[in-house]
Design a protein around this ligand. Structure first.
Ligand SMILES: NC(=O)C1=CN([C@@H]2O[C@H](COP(=O)(O)OP(=O)(O)OC[C@H]3O[C@@H](n4cnc5c(N)ncnc54)[C@H](OP(=O)(O)O)[C@@H]3O)[C@@H](O)[C@H]2O)C=CC1
Ligand SMILES: O=C(O)[C@@H]1CCC=N1
Length: 273
């Protein structure tokens, strides 16, 4: 099964907030037709309403057997939202959840043990085709269904299949929540530039371009990030002075990021209880 079967059978998107709409934009950009998509969301955005003119189905009855139903409401809303797509559990529809913390076992309880369920953790750079999504399926999810989910998710970035669902909490802490850490890095670099006397606009321009440029370099270079860091660091130069603060084992980034990722992973575990 591929994007063509999604196009033919349709896709249901339950919850079209920040993450759902990021993925929706990615699929549309990749050529999935708006008319193959049904969105269920109680307070649709102006963008969703406008997409109706291109054929998108908004809060309409569901197709009988869509290829996939993407579950993109908040974990706390999932139990309340699921009855809206309950009938699909009897069809040959794959349920693809992106909800943090919510386990496959929980979905099997809600949708039935025979339903093919795939749990995935994407991130918001999906909106610009630069996301990364980890995914794992239950025993009912066939190889063809996993491949279909991968083709859907790879329309908005990289995918990585995992075998051990318990890794999802750590994955959520690193890449699901990770864009927020990086955005905060941009904010704090810009603020630090202002503190050093730069105008706000210039400081923000420098911070954004630096993080974006370093990200692209990290992805494209043959060298690993630690070597790329060394390449910036002239002996007794400015970077060495900055890194002495940033890399401090007690007060620097390593313990801070470790605590940050651990807190996010722990919250993912809590959401699953
Ligand atoms: N944001 C992110 O970076 C990531 C989020 N996720 C996961 O994606 C899911 C969505 O998160 P996010 O997009 O941030 O959250 P949002 O709140 O932005 O999106 C959820 C959407 O679901 C809608 N909704 C609420 N109740 C229902 C219902 N009963 N039926 C249908 N739709 C409903 C909400 O409407 P309204 O706003 O009007 O209540 C909203 O539009 C979560 O499970 C989250 O864990 C996963 C990876 C990354
Ligand atoms: O903050 C959250 O719970 C969601 C999951 C990962 C990113 N955002």
């Amino acid at each position: 099964m591929s994007m063509q079967s999604i196009e033919a059978r349709g896709l249901v998107l339950l919850g079209c907030g920040k993450m759902g709409s990021a993925m929706l934009e990615g699929w549309l950009a990749q050529g999935l037709s708006a008319s193959s998509i049904t969105v269920i969301d109680p307070y649709p955005s102006a963008r969703l309403e406008a997409l109706q003119a291109e054929g998108l189905h908004l809060n309409t009855p569901l197709p009988k057997a869509p290829a996939v139903c993407l579950l993109a409401v908040k974990p706390q809303m999932m139990a309340e939202a699921l009855p809206q797509i309950g009938d699909l559990a009897k069809a040959d529809t794959v349920f693809l959840s992106i909800a943090a913390g919510t386990s496959i076992d929980w979905f099997e309880g809600a949708l039935g043990r025979r339903a093919p369920i795939i749990r995935a953790m994407p991130n918001t750079p999906a909106a610009v085709g630069r996301g990364i999504t980890a995914l794992v399926g239950n025993a009912q999810a066939s190889e063809a269904q996993m491949a279909m989910a991968e083709s859907l998710l790879s329309a908005v970035g990289q995918t990585v299949r995992i075998e051990d669902e318990t890794m999802m909490d750590a994955i959520t802490g690193v890449s699901g929540s990770g864009p927020a850490y990086v955005f905060h890095m941009i904010e704090t670099m810009a603020a630090a530039g202002v503190a050093e006397g730069l105008p706000e606009d210039l400081a923000m321009q420098l911070a954004k371009a630096t993080v974006a440029g370093a990200g692209v370099l990290a992805m494209e270079a043959d060298e690993d990030p630690s070597q790329l860091r060394v390449n910036v660091t002239s002996p007794q130069g400015t970077t060495a002075a900055g890194l002495e603060v940033l890399m401090d084992h007690q007060t620097g980034l390593p313990p801070l990021i470790k605590r940050t990722v651990a807190a996010a992973a722990e919250r993912s575990r809590e959401l699953g209880k």
